[in-house]
Design a protein around this ligand. Structure first.
Ligand SMILES: Nc1ncnc2c1ncn2[C@@H]1O[C@H](COP(=O)(O)OP(=O)(O)O)[C@@H](O)[C@H]1O
Ligand SMILES: [Mg+2]
Length: 341
């Protein structure tokens, strides 16, 4: 038995999530380990299709057929979420862990006002509300106004009566965050909260999440395909590729000296406005098909350092005191970076 560390909020080990399709079993998440500590912001980064949403959808108990969790454990404050029945899981979801979805417009209920959606969340999860009557209604209203105010929506009392379509894209993301925060979760999982937004609004929503995290002392998992966003907002980062974690460690260390060739590729493909005119180097090639993957490094076909010794299953290697990378050339990667610098 591993000793439980009180600073650990979420501990996922060996998670495997599969989608049974006509073409075969798609292994969207394959042996993923994730740890989220209290109060920290973990960035999860990787190209589209790398398994970011499915990993955290699995944590939330939101994987539905043809998907299924095939292996692994998901411990939240030491409690195994996979052992819970659907009713117990619904109680955790929202009260302890909340997730905002990539697409706010489809994730919100178009038929209910914003106020009604926040109220549903509070009714389901807030045990501190007065039991009934006018006092309860007033408390719900006050909390709803407070939540919309917290996410920076002007005239919150009036806007509670409006429907999702009456808000702009940025405001809808804020509303989803307000609903997610209504029950004061210990962990907020924000799945690409800014992908659909323009750059200034993106920055505002990210500032908002960082600010609320500091004020409420919660943990945040920030899913993004933008390593620049991670650099600015996350304490630690986990890089995913083809259903696996390929690198993880403290953000500043990983960005200063990435040790997996894929992370280096992601960094090289960040557009840098300060260096206008500089060529962006996207990673050549494609993510492998997730059905019947051969036992070799999954980045093999795209990797500048690939050799015959990569044609076997590659485990995570220690790459520093608090770092890991799924590459047998961790040392070579460091050396070639030094040569370039
Ligand atoms: N409903 C589904 N049916 C079949 N395959 C799926 C389904 N949802 C996700 N997948 C598979 O899982 C992979 C990872 O998806 P996802 O976690 O959404 O990627 P990301 O969030 O990193 O962009 C996809 O590339 C796809 O192959
Ligand atoms: Mg996704």
């Amino acid at each position: 038995m591993m000793q439980r560390d009180e600073s650990t909020l979420l501990e996922v080990s060996g998670l495997r999530t599969i989608f049974d399709t006509r073409a075969g079993a798609v292994c969207a998440v394959d042996g993923v380990d994730v740890t989220v500590r209290r109060g920290e912001c973990l960035g999860v980064v990787g190209e589209s299709g790398s398994g970011k949403s499915v990993t955290f959808g699995s944590v939330m108990g939101l994987v539905r057929p043809p998907g299924r969790i095939d292996a692994g454990s998901i411990l939240f404050e030491g409690q195994d979420l996979r052992a819970l029945d659907p009713r117990q899981m619904r109680a955790i979801r929202g009260r302890d862990i909340a997730m905002t979805m990539q697409d706010a417009l489809t994730a919100l209920n178009p038929a209910l006002t914003v106020g009604e959606q926040i109220r549903e969340m509070l009714e389901a999860h807030d045990e501190e509300l007065p039991p009934r009557g006018a006092a309860r209604r007033q408390a719900i209203r006050a909390r709803s106004v407070e939540m919309l105010g917290l996410v920076g929506i002007p005239s919150p009392a009036e806007r509670l009566r409006q429907y999702p379509h009456e808000f702009s894209g940025g405001m809808r993301q804020r509303i989803m965050i307000a609903i997610a925060l209504a029950s004061r979760p210990k962990l907020l999982i924000a799945d690409e909260p800014t992908t659909a937004l323009d750059v200034t609004i993106q920055a505002q929503v990210l500032e908002l999440i960082s600010d609320i995290r500091a004020r409420l002392g919660m943990s945040v998992v920030l899913i993004t395909h933008d390593l620049g966003v991670v650099a600015e907002h996350c304490d630690r980062v986990m890089v995913m590729y083809a259903g696996q974690v390929v690198e993880q460690g403290p953000t500043q260390e990983v960005i200063a000296a990435p040790q997996h060739p894929y992370t280096r590729g992601l960094l090289a493909s960040i557009p840098r406005p300060a260096l206008r005119g500089e060529r962006i180097h996207p990673i050549q090639g494609q993510v492998p098909d997730l059905i019947d993957l051969p036992a070799q490094c999954r980045f093999y076909s795209r990797c500048p350092l690939a050799g015959d010794d990569c044609l076997k299953t590659i485990a995570m290697q220690p790459a520093g005191p608090r770092r890991m990378a799924r590459c047998i050339r961790v040392e070579t990667a460091i050396a070639s970076q030094e040569a370039e610098a």
